[in-house]
Design a protein around this ligand. Structure first.
Ligand SMILES: [Zn+2]
Length: 621
C-alpha cells in the first residue's frame, strides 16, 4: 500500500455556502416542483422503499434520489424538502445493524447483495453531512465502511460493485481526512485490486462493432462514472498514469463520440451515429465525474466539458416542466415514438420505448438518478484553493464564505451561457487579501476582464486586497460550424450546441404497469414530427440573435439565443424498418430545395431536432 497522499488541489463548497440565482434558481425551482421534488410522494420505489421499511426496491433508487434531492433542498433552503430528506436519513440510520451493515436486506441475503448500494449510500450520507453537519453521519459511515471491509475479507466484489468500486473511494477519502485508521487502507486496497481495471480496458480498447451484447465493460453509465476512477483512487493506491481520464475519454469519443461532448450508450457503447442514444444516467454521472476531475486536477477543460453537458444534453432529455424524461436521447431525433414491437429496437440493448418522455421509460434508474445534475452543477460554480477562490462553471450563483476569518460574499451575476457578460460582485466584511481566479471558457474566441485582454481556456488570477469591488468579464463567442463524422456538421457558439427544432404533436399515455401509475403530469408522451427535418446547411454563415431569458431557461418556444441560418432541403431517408429514425447521413449531393432562412435553437431547448447535418452550399469550413 502506498502512502496516502492528499491530492486536493481544490475543495468544493457546500450547499450551505452556495446559493443559486437568476436562471439557475428558476431551473432548480422547476426541478423542485417537478418529478424529482415529488418522487417520494408518487413513485413506489422511493415512497415505499425497503430503505424506509416498505417493500419496494431496497438498493440503488433511494440513494440515487437522495444524492440530488438533498443538495436541491439545501440550495433552495426549502424547509419542507429538508424535513422530507431528513425523514429518509433518519429511517436509514435507524435501520443500520449493530455490526454496521446499512442496506435493507435479511442477514442471510448479505452474501448475494451487490455492495454498490453500500458505496452509494455512504456517498449520500457525506452529502447530507456537508449540508447539515449532522453528528450521526460520521459514526454511521465509519461503521458501514468497517463492515464493508469485513465483508470483503470473506467475499469478492461482483457485478455493479466490481464495476463501480471507485465510488466508494469518495466516502473513504472523506472519513480518512477526519479520522484515519489502518483498516481504511485495507478496504481501499481490496476495492482497487478486486474492482474492474479500467486502465487495462483503455489499453486494450478497440472499435467495438455495433452489436446487441450487454456488457459491464461497455455499459455507458459505468464508463461515465469510471472517468474519475483513478483521480479518486490514486490517493490510496499506486494507480499510475495521471492522464487516464483524458486518454480514455478521447478513445470513447473517437469511436462513440456525440456532438454534445460525451459518447453513445443505449445502453452499451453504440458508435458515432447521431441516431444512437445516450442514457440520462450517463449524462449526470459524467457531469459529476467532470466536477471531480476539475477539483482534483485544476484543468479548465473539465469545466468546458461540464458546461457542454449541463447546457445541452441535460435539459434536452428532460421535459421543460421536469416531470418527464427520456432514458435515451438522440442527437438527430426526429420522433419519440414507441418503435415497432415486431422488430428489434434501434438501440443496442434498450427497449422500444427508450426515447419516450415519461415516468420511467425503459427502466427506472434515471428517474431516481437524474436529480443530481443541476444541483451539483450549481455547487461547481466556485472552488476553494489555498488563499484563493476559483470560478468553476459559469452560472448565476452567490457564494458566502470565510477567508482568513473574514466573511466574504461573491456573486456571479450573469445570464451566461445565453449572454456574454459576467459580473463578479465581491463584498467583504472588512478588507482582506486573496486571489480570485476568473475562468475564460476554452470555446470563447477572446475575452476582456475589466477591459484588459485575458487568456482563453484558462484562469486569470486577480490578487488584491478586496473590500467592495465589481469585476466584469466580456466574452467574444463566434457561431460556427464544427466537423462531425460522415461529412456532417454541427452549429455551435461557446458551449451551446444548436439544432434545427422539429415541431411535434404529443400523444399522451396514462396507465398502470407493475403497480406503478403513470398519470398526468407524470405520464408517458410520444412526440410525433409535424414539420420537415431533412435539411442541410446552405452556408457556414450563422447570425446570433438574443432575447431575455424566459421564466423557463430552456424554453422550447422562447429560447434566449437563436442562430439564423440558411438551410436547404436535402434528400435524407428514413432507416429501413425504423419509421421514426432517419438514416445516419443523407444521400450524397442530394440537395432538393433552394436555401431558406431557418432558426436554430439551443440543443437544450429542443425535444425533436436535427443537430448533425451536411453542408450543401459551395463553401466548406
Ligand atoms: Zn439510468
Amino acid at each position: 500500500m502506498s502512502d496516502t497522499k492528499n491530492n486536493f488541489l481544490l475543495k468544493h463548497f457546500t450547499a450551505k455556502e452556495i446559493k443559486p440565482r437568476g436562471w439557475l434558481l428558476r431551473q432548480l425551482r422547476i426541478q423542485a416542483e417537478g418529478l424529482d421534488g415529488n418522487l417520494d410522494k408518487i413513485w413506489p420505489d422511493v415512497k415505499d422503499s425497503k430503505w424506509i421499511g416498505g417493500d419496494r426496491e431496497g438498493w440503488e433508487r433511494v440513494p440515487y434520489w437522495l444524492d440530488g434531492f438533498i443538495p436541491l433542498a439545501y440550495l433552495l433552503d426549502d424547509e419542507d424538502m429538508k424535513s422530507r430528506a431528513r425523514k429518509y436519513i433518519d429511517a436509514i440510520l435507524l435501520r443500520q445493524k449493530e455490526d454496521g451493515w446499512i442496506c435493507p436486506c435479511e442477514d442471510e441475503e448479505r452474501i448475494g447483495y451487490d455492495v454498490w448500494a453500500v458505496f452509494l449510500i455512504c456517498k449520500v450520507l457525506v452529502v447530507y453531512y456537508e449540508c447539515t453537519c449532522d453528528e450521526r453521519v460520521e459514526p454511521a459511515v465509519r461503521a458501514a465502511l468497517f463492515n464493508l471491509n469485513e465483508w470483503l475479507r470473506r467475499h469478492t466484489l461482483f457485478n455493479w460493485g466490481a464495476a463501480r468500486w471507485f465510488e466508494c473511494m469518495i466516502p473513504i477519502g472523506w472519513l480518512y481526512d477526519r479520522r484515519p485508521e489502518e483498516w481504511m487502507l485495507e478496504l481501499s486496497h481490496s476495492l482497487v485490486v478486486q474492482g474492474m481495471n479500467y486502465k487495462l480496458l483503455a489499453d486494450n480498447f478497440s472499435d467495438i462493432e455495433f452489436n446487441r451484447d450487454w456488457k459491464f465493460t461497455t455499459h455507458v453509465v459505468n464508463l461515465a462514472m469510471a472517468l474519475k476512477a483513478y483521480a479518486v483512487a490514486d490517493r490510496f493506491a499506486k494507480t499510475g498514469n495521471d492522464d487516464f481520464a483524458e486518454e480514455f475519454l478521447a478513445l470513447l469519443q473517437k469511436y462513440h463520440g456525440t456532438a454534445f461532448g460525451l459518447f453513445t450508450g443505449d445502453e452499451c457503447l453504440a458508435g458515432t451515429s447521431p441516431t444512437q442514444g445516450t442514457e440520462l444516467c450517463a449524462i449526470v454521472e459524467a457531469m459529476y465525474s467532470f466536477e471531480i476531475l476539475f477539483e482534483k486536477t485544476g484543468k479548465q477543460i473539465w469545466l468546458d466539458r461540464l458546461e457542454k453537458l449541463a447546457f445541452n444534453a441535460l435539459p434536452a432529455t428532460i421535459s421543460e416542466d421536469m416531470w418527464t424524461h427520456q432514458y435515451d436521447q438522440q442527437v438527430n431525433q426526429i420522433s419519440c415514438a414507441i418503435q415497432d414491437r415486431e422488430r428489434l429496437p434501434i438501440y443496442s440493448t434498450n427497449n422500444h420505448e427508450a426515447n419516450l418522455f415519461g415516468l420511467e421509460p425503459n427502466f427506472g434508474c434515471c428517474t431516481a438518478n437524474m436529480g443530481q445534475g443541476f444541483p451539483k452543477f450549481a455547487l461547481s460554480a466556485f472552488y476553494k484553493g489555498e488563499d484563493s477562490i476559483y470560478v468553476g462553471a459559469i452560472a448565476p450563483v452567490g457564494l458566502k464564505t470565510l477567508i482568513d476569518g473574514v466573511a466574504v460574499e461573491i456573486e456571479c451575476k450573469t445570464d451566461y451561457p445565453f449572454e456574454d457578460t459576467v459580473r463578479y460582485i465581491v463584498r467583504c466584511e472588512k478588507p482582506v487579501e486573496f486571489s480570485l481566479f476568473l475562468r475564460v471558457p476554452g470555446t470563447a474566441s477572446s475575452a476582456l476582464i475589466d477591459g484588459k485582454a485575458a487568456a482563453v481556456g484558462g484562469f486569470t488570477g486577480l490578487r488584491r486586497v478586496w473590500s467592495s469591488d465589481t469585476v466584469e468579464m466580456t466574452l467574444q463567442m463566434e457561431a460556427s460550424l464544427k466537423k462531425r463524422p460522415n461529412g456532417l456538421f454541427t452549429a455551435e457558439r461557446g458551449n451551446l450546441l444548436f439544432s434545427l427544432p422539429v415541431s411535434f404533436e404529443t400523444v399522451k399515455h396514462e396507465y398502470t404497469k407493475d403497480g406503478v401509475e403513470r398519470r398526468f403530469p407524470y405520464c408517458d408522451y410520444e412526440l410525433l414530427p409535424v414539420s420537415g427535418w431533412n435539411y442541410g446547411f446552405a452556408s457556414g454563415q450563422l447570425k446570433c440573435e438574443k432575447r431575455p431569458v424566459s421564466e423557463s431557461p430552456f424554453s422550447i418556444t422562447e429560447p434566449a439565443v437563436v442562430l439564423n441560418a440558411e438551410m436547404s432541403e436535402v434528400q435524407w431517408e428514413l432507416r429501413k424498418d425504423y419509421p421514426g429514425v432517419c438514416k445516419e447521413f443523407p444521400e450524397q449531393d442530394g440537395t432538393v430545395g433552394k436555401p431558406e432562412s431557418k432558426r436554430l435553437f439551443p440543443y437544450g431547448c429542443t425535444k425533436l431536432r436535427m443537430t448533425e447535418m451536411p453542408l450543401v452550399g459551395e463553401e466548406k469550413p
